[in-house]
Write a protein that binds this ligand. Sequence first.
Ligand code: ATP
Ligand code: MG
Ligand code: MG
Ligand code: MG
Length: 481
Amino acid sequence: MTASEIRRQFLEFFKSKGHHVVPSAPIVVKNDPTLLFTNAGMNQFKDYFLGNQTPAWSRVADTQKCLRVSGKHNDLEEVGIDTYHHTMFEMLGNWSFGDYFKEEAIAWSWELLTEVYKLPKDRLYVTVFEGDKKENLAKDQEAYDFWKKHISEDRILLGNKKDNFWEMGDTGPCGPCSEIHVDCRPDEERKLVDGATLVNKDNPQVIEIWNNVFMQFNRLKDKSLEPLPAKHVDTGMGFERLVRVIQGKFSNYDTDVFSGTIAFIEQLTGAKYEATDSKKDVTFRVLADHIRAICFTIADDQLPSNTGAGYVIRRILRRAVRYYFTYLDYKKPLLHELVPVLAQQFETVFPELQKQVDFVKKVIFEEENNFLRTLDSGIRRIEDIMVANNATKSIDGKTAFELLDTYGFPFDLTNLIASERGYSVDEKGFEAAMKEQKDRSRAATELDMGDWTILEESGTTFVGYSLDTTQTKVTKYRKIK
Ligand code: ATP
Ligand code: MG
Ligand code: MG
Ligand code: MG
């Protein structure tokens, strides 16, 4: 079954259960001070849960573009190193707004996985919230009893607040959850070690695929929980993980979600992806992953910049550039070449990328080009610093700031390069140095220059400027829809 077929079947299944299929919300969140990017399918429905808005449909389903690189859910450091955490991923979801609750949600997720997708039952485990004394929350006995109708009790595991009480952010809707995990190990290994002991233990072959959240509370600023006006179901299934399980692959990157991009990188660079833990193969995974985050955020109107959401994208992009520069020994802009491959792949699911393919390509090319101008000397500088600091195996905050200011190395990139060699970087010192410089420049001028100033917006065209951290050049972009 191809990835598109798998996505289609999910939506068809929930349509047949009375759900209205809605489009993905943008991956960039513009009107919520608690969130920069969509990190779960439920974000766009937050006001329905809180009772601030009435939904047009009480049952909906969709596939949502998500990004987990900042805030409460941040997976950036795992990406490419492991084979199942992405920056940008699709979250398939079904929702009940004050309509059905635990019984139907559990029965339908089981039906879809075992009857439609035909996943073997003896490879599935489910988890249920065990309760939490401090929060005065009881064990989710209801969910446990509904699961018992479908699966034997030795496959129902109890989980703590960290894994089985889902929260969107520091505040907002939340509730106990029940997850489905799949043991993808070969039979011989399964005989030796019981799969139940590997659930939620970061084993790359025993992975979580679906979370059914039973939304019952709102987390307030003072950390207390208040009951929501009604009870809801909010589910999220990682699409790329589901595809990997159904296609029987070893890693998400071996599925047809990523194989086109990987083949194209092979063609461009002459290197070969061999699915190992080598730095070269990590690079392939990082590139195939990061280009999606970069493309889909830009296509949703968030340009790379030096602040806020724009800076998150610039950081992801520079991280990717450093990976190919160092580990594929590729010294020219590469990422922008991948844009058309993705645009075509997602043409019918997320058409916004194909519609702006030339613009997105141009923005990425400019960003890569700018960073490549200082990357080589920046790498040489950090090498010298590490040699000089060999005794302490550390880089102080001021030096980390100098790497940003002069060479455009975001903190996390300096940290990544340093940690690959066993060095640590003083983050607090870095922040202090950055604040000091900000205070200085604020005193020097009251003028706050945004990175992207819309100079002209008329019908189909706008022109903006990006001021690179390296301050070497001001780039002008033109967007034509
Ligand atoms: P994990 O424990 O693997 O980090 P999670 O518990 O943080 O996942 P949830 O918040 O429950 O994930 O999100 C629902 C589903 O989304 C997960 O069951 C998983 O299939 C998928 N998912 C979560 N994070 C990622 C990611 N970074 N990349 C790809 N899929 C993800
Ligand atoms: Mg996680
Ligand atoms: Mg989890
Ligand atoms: Mg989870």
